[in-house]
Ligand binder design. Structure first.
Ligand code: ADP
Ligand code: GLC
Length: 477
């Protein structure tokens, strides 16, 4: 049995902005289920919800600040979560990265530095918890200083760092490095320095014993300039300790046969009951109720990564086709505005909801026939997995985890009963439109469509397999 300290800036259901939370809320559960002693650590943000009243554990003094550690459990499990409680940093509304107005926290570097320092205290068993991990597992740039600071300790636990997204690096000017009081020996090009900037992500990549990312294809892609953002050289250099492990999904939370958000549950053997969800979605979105028109769904952070520009570029043509589109998302204000303008002009065909809405996300997955995910890059992606489980056929760009989780519907894959979605290669509006047209033709053939839905719903996206792959890495460290 390994003792693992798992650090993440978001954990579902406590706080979530994207798939990282889904992973941090479900991978530890899967590791606990296979007998590992895993504990989570996260800042105690004001917006944290759905937990039992935490218990005060201790106060630690780091960097001239008194920081409390509180303890609670991951809902529905015995997995311990430690909350890093420092009110001057975390007791504000907003999410982990931005305030209520959507502006990045002015002191975000200070916040996550303090968090990483506390992780080090826990990792080194200096936090009165009587528990020392064998492994510290950090995620994304917010945890990047953990391996860096651990490297300065005597006999530290092994470290593993998982990249969920190379596009967010946590880079700051050199003056921030000074202001953060970080040890001077970390400031060099073999350390935290990246083109004269402080890079949290580079700290994670440079100093960790093992690097993983969330799909095998993305593990290859990030070793190229197109996806590596200048860190491809470092990643290639460390390629012998870099691997891709596909995310699993939480099969309990995303189960069409047991999902409280749906008007009617369904499974592969009662697939006809999916229709009630489509009708309910059309009604709720104010779209004409029409069984035969395909409903396309899209749920996403509205940022460049997700290829929303491709959707915008072809929206007039898409909305000329016999279909409806239901979209849920938030992010870039310009994209939000453009989508809302389109919705005003096409009230019969397009419904846009701006915001974050967990229940509606489930209802769109269940009520749509087809799911759009034309990402420019996608480290793993979870919605295409949820879609497949809900018999909602994804159209995806063949990149990262999308390439690893979808079998394109081609004559031979359909014949073999293994096709589960529609893939396109080029990130261009014309390639995207072609994929949509190809999907509409398939949708017309009910026998083909049913076969694709069944293959998709049967796919195994459970965490079990991936949890064993993480365990194999922990054991090898
Ligand atoms: P990413 O982490 O890059 O945003 P993923 O596909 O891995 O992409 O995960 C996104 C997660 O966030 C999914 O669980 C998805 O349902 C959820 N999500 C994204 N936007 C919204 C939204 N506006 N409302 C509700 N859930 C959302
Ligand atoms: C990131 C990626 C997404 C991935 C998620 C969880 O946010 O953008 O592709 O699924 O992390 O690993």
């Amino acid at each position: 049995m390994k003792k693992i300290l798992f650090a993440s800036s978001e954990i579902h259901p406590l706080i979530k902005t994207g798939g990282l939370a889904d992973v941090a809320g479900s991978l530890p559960k899967a590791l606990a289920d296979i007998g590992q002693d895993i504990r989570l650590i996260i800042p105690n943000y004001q917006s944290i919800k759905d937990i039992d009243q935490p218990r005060y554990v201790c106060t630690l003094r780091v960097d001239n600040r008194d920081v409390n550690i509180l303890e609670t459990r991951l809902p529905g499990t015995e997995v311990i979560i430690w909350l890093v409680d420092y009110r001057p940093f975390f007791d504000f509304p907003g999410n982990p990265y931005v305030d209520e107005q959507g502006n990045p926290w002015f002191n975000i570097a200070e916040r996550f530095t303090l968090y990483c320092r506390i992780v080090i205290e826990v990792a080194m068993n200096r936090a009165y918890l009587d528990w020392q991990p064998d492994i510290v597992h950090g995620n994304d740039w917010q945890c990047g200083l953990i391996p860096a600071l651990l490297s300065l300790e005597t006999a530290p636990p092994a470290s593993i760092f998982t990249i969920h997204n190379m596009a967010y690096q946590g880079t700051f000017p050199h003056s921030t490095f000074v202001q953060l009081n970080l040890p001077g020996q970390l400031w060099n090009p073999e350390g935290l320095e990246f083109h004269n900037m402080l890079s949290f992500l580079k700290g994670g990549l440079t100093f960790s014993d093992r690097i993983t990312t969330v799909s095998p294809t993305y593990a290859q892609e990030i070793q190229t300039p197109e996806f590596g953002y200048g860190l491809e050289g470092l990643l290639s250099y460390k390629s012998d300790v870099l691997s891709g492990i596909l995310n699993g999904m939480d099969l309990q939370q995303w189960n069409p046969n047991d999902d409280d958000h749906l008007v009617q549950n369904y499974s592969i053997s009662t697939l006809k009951n999916k229709l009630a969800n489509k009708t309910a979605l059309q009604e709720a979105m104010g779209l004409p109720v029409n069984e035969s028109l395909p409903v396309f769904g899209l749920i996403s952070r509205l940022v460049d990564q997700k290829g929303i520009d491709l959707v915008l570029a072809c929206l007039p043509q898409i909305l000329d086709m016999p279909l409806q589109l239901v979209l849920l998302g938030s992010g870039d204000k310009g994209i939000e505005q453009k989508l809302q303008n389109f919705a005003l002009h096409y009230p019969e065909k397009l419904a846009v909801t701006i915001g974050y809405n967990e229940a509606l996300a489930h209802q769109i997955e269940a009520g749509s026939d087809i799911f759009l995910m034309p990402s420019r890059f996608e480290p793993c992606g979870l919605n295409q997995m949820y879609s497949q489980r809900y018999g909602t056929i994804p159209i995806v760009r063949k990149t990262g985890g999308l390439a690893d989780t979808i079998e394109d519907a081609l004559p031979h894959t359909i014949a073999e009963g293994i096709a589960t979605g529609i893939c396109f290669d080029e990130a261009t509006p014309s390639a995207f439109l072609e994929a949509i047209k190809r999907t509409l033709v398939l949708f017309e053939s009910k026998t083909h469509w049913r076969k694709i839905q069944q293959a998709a719903m049967k796919k195994d996206f459970s965490w079990e397999n991936s949890a064993h792959q993480y365990l194999a890495i922990y054991n090898a460290l």
